[in-house]
Design a protein around this ligand. Sequence first.
Ligand code: FSX
Ligand code: SF4
Ligand code: F3S
Length: 314
Amino acid sequence: MSQGKDLLDKLARKGISRRDFMKYCGALTATLGLSSAYVPKVAAAIKKASRLPVVWLTMAECSGCIEATLRTTYPWIDTLLLDIVSMDYLDMIMAPSGQAAEKSLHDSVLRNTGKFVLVVEGAIPTGANGNFGTMGGGKTMVEVIKDVGPKAAAIIAIGTCSSYGGLPAASPNPTQAKSVSEVTGLQTINVPGCPPNPINFVGTIVNYLLFGKMPALDDKRRPLFAYGQIIHDQCPRRAHFDAHEFVTNFNSEEARKGFCLYQMGCKGPQTHNNCAKVLFNEGTNWPVGAGHPCIGCSEPDFWDKEAPFFNPIS
Ligand code: FSX
Ligand code: SF4
Ligand code: F3S
């Protein structure tokens, strides 16, 4: 049985029709900024994917990234992800634990040196000789990332923590947490957000399957297809900003009318992300749509730089 038919059969068993699959491929194609002519190519790339080996390491974080990836967007994203890639190590969902899990990591890295994609979620605590963060077998996260990182074909930092330090590195940063690139000296492809939209992660992988390379990046090493524009330029409340119609109190007529949240602290004018276009939870909504100002979660050091979150940009 061909892998493509295999995937569609697996999805069918979950009640996902070919039409649903094509709809998702359409959303993915649009997110990647490709014309609709690419939809069949995206579908074919996913169906024919040769199970790209992926190792996913979770470091110091809140697990929001993996939760967002596995539990939202589309209920069957797990099937899709586990089928288009060969998830050789992901401690959060894998069956083996302890030494058996360590062995899976070791074996996969050995078998696929130079060929696997390393996905890292979370920052790396470097204080106390790395002992704020240890993994199975007592190795520090610093040791693990320095060992595994150089053996990968590419490193995707998923979430603001692994990309730039994020929450664990927020002031006063007692564990001296740092980004993956700071600790390893290696360049990463950053898919920030706290958490990031899973479609931007899947899009990065599919871009690799489709074109054999990682997508074009901005100066903070974020894929341009997702982070090429600021929120403010895509926001449905923008007409209110231009007309100086602002919310100044959450419990007000202006808030109910959906006026601009700039004066409530919205960081949309300086935040690069595609939330306003692709939305979260299968296209349900996004922070500003729900009436909350953007807190700039896809920008480096946002916990420190953007706080207090409800103060207007100074
Ligand atoms: Fe959490 Fe991920 Fe934020 Fe960090 O997300 S959602 S703290 S970016 O590493 O788990
Ligand atoms: Fe810009 Fe935020 Fe106002 Fe939207 S709500 S127009 S992103 S300031
Ligand atoms: Fe984050 Fe702002 Fe989007 S807070 S999720 S970048 S709207």
